[in-house]
Design a protein around this ligand. Structure first.
Ligand code: NDP
Length: 244
């Protein structure tokens, strides 16, 4: 069907693996113009090239969401190259789980810096542009860990609860910018690689036996984006059928 999907300029953070990669590929295949960001620039270069080779539109830029300057430069690149910013997918995240008693304070700080400050930096970078446009869409990736707390996940859950709170505040404060929280359950990706404690990593890997593909999350993001401008899909939870 020609012109069924309006072409959008979409920024994806953490696009070098897992959910971000699948989302960039899915949205580009749907006809959108995608800017991929991550620290592993070699990876996003390859993904962007594969999208281009398949006839899609993609570009990439090195991005560290813990730096406001880096996120602003990322947004500026999209605004300059494509003339507008329609959607930001705030996806970058890390999950170095551990018991609080292990006092892995550096890991707590990193989770706050990436999962929480990173999302805020994304909002800070695109909100002025979207307000000027009187249109835009911010998709924040939370988690089923934004609804419940489990041992070893206190700080991770805290960052994801916070992503929901910030998203709800952002939604309430804006009448022409759409805000969507997408909360995946267990999903195949590289997230577990960052768990330093071997016992915790082994336990989470076992749970990951249930995991669904990152494409399932990408499709949910695509669904929210494809709604008409006056329809806000505020929250979506996508998890394995077998996940308790
Ligand atoms: P991955 O580890 O595969 O992907 C994480 C992405 O985040 C990578 O592209 C990584 O890129 C990027 N990233 C990490 N730190 C930074 C940083 N400082 N600046 C920019 N990018 C960064 O895991 P997932 O795909 O699973 O994770 C994506 C999101 O989904 C996260 O927010 C996660 O919390 C969430 N989630 C995942 C679930 C799962 O079961 N997999 C369940 C619920 C939520 P690079 O290292 O190249 O910078």
């Amino acid at each position: 069907i020609p012109n069924a999907v309006p072409r959008k300029v979409i920024l994806v953070t953490g696009a070098s693996s897992g959910i971000g990669e699948a989302t960039a590929r899915h949205l580009a295949a749907s006809g959108h113009q995608v800017l991929l960001g991550a620290r592993r620039v070699d990876r996003i270069a390859v993904i962007a090239k594969e999208i281009l080779d398949a006839g899609g539109e993609a570009s990439f830029q090195e991005l560290d969401v813990t730096s406001l300057d880096s996120v602003r430069a990322f947004a500026n690149t999209a605004a300059k190259r494509y003339g507008r910013i329609d959607v930001l997918v705030n996806n970058a995240g890390i999950m170095p789980l551990s018991m609080l008693e292990e006092l892995r304070v550096n890991e707590w700080d990193r989770m706050i810096d990436v999962n929480l400050r990173g999302v805020l930096h994304g909002i800070a970078a695109v909100l002025p542009v979207m307000r000027e446009q009187k249109a835009g869409h911010i998709v924040n990736i939370a988690s089923t860990s934004a609804y419940r707390v489990d041992p070893t996940a206190a700080v991770y859950c805290a960052t994801k609860f916070a992503v929901r709170a910030i998203s709800e505040g952002l939604r309430q404060e804006n009448t022409d910018i759409r805000v969507t929280v997408v909360s995946p359950g267990l999903t195949r990706s590289e997230l577990v690689d960052g768990i330093a404690n071997p016992q915790v990593q082994a336990a989470v890997r076992e749970m990951m036996g249930l995991a669904i593909s990152p494409e399932a999350i990408a499709q949910a993001i695509g669904f929210a984006i494809s709604q008409p401008a006056d329809v806000d899909v505020s929250e979506l939870i996508i998890r394995p059928t077998a996940q308790r």
